[in-house]
Design a protein around this ligand. Structure first.
Ligand code: 5GP
Length: 194
């Protein structure tokens, strides 16, 4: 997705060979016009999948997920990373190791919002080792629903998450794929520019 790629080129900050900071449009300040286009692009890529819910994880997945859900005309659910006082019973829980925080969190979703008939599109901001996406997929599968696809805004293709998810049988669509962050430079993997 050219618009997103240009934004990463212009505003992305390479923090290390492993970590890209995009806090000016996705991880802190959010760009609503770009997020709207992101939602349109995911909707285009997963057309025909008969998606009934969009699922993400707080907090940076929420913006691309809500725009996608708006475009698809379905509800969006975000998994919580912290225990909520109002969310204690009837919850789906999975452990997820956080790439950026280097700690394991229990993520939770209320059973109220997913059912076995659902076809769920998982959306996240970044894909590194796939921990977050696999955790969300396990939540969907716990209730007996189907993962209809996984949409990622920025995949770091030099990390194994994308390959592992595909090997597990999931359709993964990444809007930009970063091949390397070496020498403080963002290098993109080959992709079809849309
Ligand atoms: P994974 O679970 O695939 O190992 O890592 C993805 C999660 O870690 C995303 O939800 C994202 O919040 C965070 N993450 C991983 N790599 C990066 C990165 O390079 N930059 C930022 N800002 N977040 C990242």
């Amino acid at each position: 997705m050219k618009l997103l790629r240009d934004k990463v080129m212009e505003e992305g900050i390479v923090l290390s060979d492993q970590v890209l900071k995009v806090d000016s449009f996705l991880n802190h300040q959010m760009d609503p016009v770009l997020m709207k286009e992101v939602g349109r692009e995911f909707t285009r890529r997963f057309a025909g999948e008969q998606i009934t819910k969009v699922l993400t994880i707080e907090s940076s997945g929420i913006a691309p997920a809500i725009m996608t859900a708006l475009e698809l005309g379905v509800p969006m659910i975000f998994a919580r990373k912290h225990k909520s006082l109002t969310l204690r019973d009837n919850i789906l829980v999975e452990k997820v190791y956080s790439f950026t925080k280097k700690e394991t969190n229990e993520i939770t979703v209320s059973k109220k919002f997913l059912c076995p008939e659902d076809r769920v599109l998982i959306i996240d901001d970044f894909l590194a080792n796939g921990e977050a996406a696999f955790g969300l997929a396990r939540i969907v599968e716990q209730i007996g629903a189907k993962v209809a696809g996984i949409g990622i805004v920025i995949e770091k293709a030099f990390q194994p998450g994308g390959r592992l998810l595909q090997e597990a049988g999931y359709q993964v669509e990444s809007l930009v794929r970063v091949a390397s962050l070496e020498n403080g430079t963002v290098t993109f993997a080959e992709e079809v520019i849309s």
